[in-house]
Structure formats: structure tokens, C-alpha cells
Design a protein around this ligand. Structure first.
Ligand code: HEC
Ligand code: HEC
Length: 359
């Protein structure tokens, strides 16, 4: 191509290229009304260090049939070199692109779980629905920015999909793209597919996944575009303050390799475990004891789901979503007396203590 040709290309790109990357229906909402900018919003639970700038309204971004339209691009690590990567304990090798392939993400340990249903392993490419395994992992352990789905009862799992589909369960954070993508996926699943997936994830026991440490400080960390915190290289620390910060035990294993055997470590303020235990066992003045519904070890009953040992960020988000009236399904009112008078410190303490229990 001659110089004029290149100039013409660059010139036309000025007009055409932006539209190739445009997400036309993202609405920026006024920070003054964005939930993530309100006082009391537990930024740590939603994966923020500072409130998102500008906050975006993803509820309007994926109302069609393609759940992937909600995906906020740029969240996944990129490496197109084609280098084959390995995970300790697995004989398999994948490239970075294969590991995060939206319609067939790597399955490092096929022996750790029964055969995955089609949609868990591959999603539905024709309608732009990513594989469940890319977020929740093939074994259902999940990451802090999504949800642990292993070991849930089939009834509870299906009820959540229904509530997400009907809008009775909405994330409080309008900026949380993956929460809205989740709801769009729930709308796209047939009842048969939903049941098959619920039975699959329900059959896998949830394994210990989070180590909770009380501390005044936390390693210096950053936030990804989609709500995963990762430790920065080096040994520097910063003050924890009134936050619970959940980090991968090993950043590279979780963020790049998506190793489903590599868990999380959560830093919680000193005293939060004792306060959390008090609330769980007695209600602690602002709440009600959890055992009556969640079982004495919080491993779930016919009434309420298992919560012991699950990601504290996820637990914190759910408590806040209930408190804000954004989980309103059939059984959600049972949680109202638990959450209505919780202070931000109580919510944090509960998240820390519940996550520290044996699942
Ligand atoms: C883009 C990432 C992503 C994908 C792919 C994904 N999910 Fe989710 N899922 C989420 C997020 C985010 C949440 C909710 C987190 C929150 O509310 O804070 C969630 C929550 C759930 C829950 C509720 C769990 C609970 O304990 O209440 C279920 C059930 C679920 N997902 C099922 C599925 C199924 C089935 C698929 C595949 C069809 C799927 N998910 C694919 C991100 C994802
Ligand atoms: C009166 C019964 C009841 C009590 C008491 C109760 N819960 Fe729940 N909880 C439920 C039910 C039912 C659900 C599921 C609601 C739904 O279907 O949306 C739930 C859901 C939850 C969830 C969301 C789980 C998920 O996978 O999304 C969390 C977290 C939770 N409860 C924490 C607690 C804690 C902590 C306590 C005690 C401080 C507590 N609950 C006390 C009935 C109860």
C-alpha cells in the first residue's frame, strides 16, 4: 500500500474504528445516585477500591437474547504467544487463549468432577452464551466476583435462576456487568438445561476454599475490571481499615491459569471473627441466629442454602443485596430480620466468620 493508501486507511479508521468497539447501550448514571457511590455501600464486597468512575448502568446493556452483550471487555488476561501453560498436578497443557476461551474454557482436572453438561462446558455459542465453567469453574468453586455454586440443592439453584430471570434477584451494583450477564443467561436457559446444570453442580461437594486471617494490614493489591482483587508484586503492605479484602492465594494460578484447586485468602479486621461468631450464634443484638434455617454448622438445610466456608465477598454482597431489597424471591423474606438492622461492621464480621467455617 502506498502512503496515500495508508493515510486514507487511518483517516477512515477515525470514523469507523470507534464504532467497532462501541458498547452503544451502556448508560452512565449520575454518580450522585449510583448505589456504588452511596454511603454504607461495601465497596470491598463488590471488588472496588474506589467507587467505579463513571458508574455504568449494565441493566440496560443486555436485554436482548445475547447474554455476552453484557460482558465488559478487557477483564481477562491476554497472551497470544501460544505458549503452552501447565498447572501443578495436571497432565494437561493449554495456551492462555484456550484457558479463557468463552465457549470451551480449559478443564485442568476432568477427574475432579462428573462429566460436564454441554452448557457448563461450552455455553451456547449461537446465542452468545458463555460456558458456566468460565466464571463458576468446572468444579463450581467460583471466584470472588461471581458465586460458589457447588453443593447447592437443586431446588435452591433452580429458584435462583428463576429469580434472576424474572428480575426478583438483581445485584445492587448497576456497574456489575457479570451480574447482569448472569441474569441474561438465566433467561436464556430452558427448564431442562437448568435442571441438568443444577443437578451437576449440586452433586459436587464444595471444598475448603478461603483462609480467613485477622490483620491490621493487607498486601498491596489492585482491582480488576470485573471485581477480582489481586496482590501486587513485592512485599509492601497497606492498612486494611474497615474492609475485608479477599485475594487469590496465588495471583497467577487464579487470574491467568484459572486453576480450580487454587483458593483465596481473606484479610479481615482484628475482632471480626469473634463478632461474626456472636451474631451467627445469638443474633448479636442486630440480627437473628442463623442456625435455625441454615443448619447448626451453616451447611444448609431444606429451607436455606449452605453458606459455610464460601467466598466472604460473595456473602457480603448477598447480605447487602437482601438488605437493599434486591433479592425478593419467594424465600427471600425469611432473610429480612437477619439483615434489616445489620451495620456495615456487622455485615463484614458475618462475612468473615461464615467464610472461616468448614464447608
Ligand atoms: C460471566 C460470568 C458468569 C457466567 C458465565 C455464569 N455465571 Fe452464574 N453467576 C455469576 C455472577 C456474577 C453471579 C452472582 C453474583 C452476585 O450476585 O453477586 C452468579 C450467580 C449464580 C447463581 C446463584 C448462586 C447462589 O448461591 O445463589 C447460580 C445458580 C448461577 N450463577 C448459575 C449459573 C449457570 C447455570 C451458568 C451457566 C448457564 C452460569 N451461572 C454462568 C456469573 C456468571
Ligand atoms: C428464618 C430463616 C433464615 C435465617 C434465620 C437466616 N437465613 Fe440466610 N437465608 C434464608 C433463606 C431462605 C435463603 C435463600 C433465600 C432465597 O431463596 O433467595 C437465605 C440466603 C442466605 C444467603 C445467600 C446465599 C446464597 O447462596 O446466595 C446468605 C449469605 C445468608 N442467607 C446468610 C445468613 C446469615 C449469616 C444468617 C444469620 C446471621 C442467616 N442467613 C439467617 C433463611 C434464613
Amino acid at each position: 500500500m502506498n502512503r496515500a493508501g495508508i493515510l486514507l486507511l487511518v483517516w477512515s479508521c477515525l470514523f469507523i474504528c470507534p464504532s467497532l468497539f462501541a458498547q452503544d447501550n451502556i448508560v452512565y448514571i449520575d454518580p450522585a445516585i449510583a448505589p456504588s457511590h452511596q454511603e454504607g455501600f461495601p465497596l470491598w464486597a463488590y471488588g472496588y477500591i474506589e467507587p467505579p468512575q463513571p458508574p455504568e448502568d449494565w441493566s440496560q446493556n443486555c436485554l436482548g437474547t445475547r447474554p455476552r452483550d453484557c460482558d465488559r471487555p478487557g477483564g481477562m488476561p491476554q497472551d497470544t504467544s501460544g505458549t503452552m501453560l501447565k498447572v501443578e498436578g495436571s497432565d494437561l497443557a493449554f495456551t492462555q487463549t484456550q484457558i479463557t476461551a468463552p465457549f470451551s474454557p480449559a478443564d485442568w482436572f476432568p477427574g475432579d468432577h462428573p462429566e460436564m453438561p454441554e452448557v457448563v462446558a461450552y455455553g451456547m455459542e449461537d446465542i452468545g452464551m458463555r460456558a458456566c465453567a468460565i466464571c463458576h469453574l468446572p468444579n463450581g468453586q467460583g471466584l470472588m466476583q461471581n458465586a460458589p455454586v457447588a453443593g447447592l440443592s437443586v431446588d435452591y439453584f433452580l429458584r435462583q435462576l428463576e429469580d434472576l430471570a424474572s428480575g426478583k434477584r438483581v445485584t445492587t451494583d448497576s456497574h456489575k456487568a457479570n451480574g447482569f450477564e448472569m441474569a441474561a443467561m438465566a433467561r436464556a436457559l430452558s427448564p431442562e438445561q437448568a435442571r441438568e446444570i443444577a443437578e451437576y453442580y449440586g452433586s459436587i461437594p464444595f471444598k475448603p476454599w478461603v483462609r480467613v486471617i485477622e490483620s491490621d494490614t493487607v498486601p498491596k493489591f489492585q482491582a480488576s475490571r470485573n471485581g477480582l482483587f489481586t496482590k501486587l508484586p513485592g512485599d509492601e503492605k497497606e492498612l486494611l481499615g474497615a474492609r475485608l479484602i479477599e485475594l487469590p492465594e496465588d495471583t497467577y494460578n487464579t487470574n491467568n491459569l484459572r486453576n480450580p484447586r487454587s483458593g483465596m485468602v481473606a484479610y479481615a479486621p482484628i475482632g471480626s471473627l469473634a463478632r461474626g461468631k456472636e451474631i451467627v450464634e445469638t443474633g448479636g443484638g442486630n440480627s437473628v441466629a442463623c442456625a435455625a434455617c441454615h443448619g447448626f454448622d451453616l451447611r444448609g438445610t431444606i429451607i436455606a442454602p449452605p453458606i459455610a466456608g464460601r467466598q466472604p465477598s460473595y456473602i457480603g454482597r448477598q447480605l447487602y443485596d437482601f438488605q437493599q431489597g434486591n433479592r425478593t424471591g419467594l424465600m427471600a423474606p425469611l432473610m429480612t430480620p437477619t439483615v434489616e438492622n445489620l451495620t456495615p461492621a456487622d455485615l463484614l464480621a458475618l462475612s468473615a466468620y461464615v467464610a472461616s467455617l468448614q464447608p
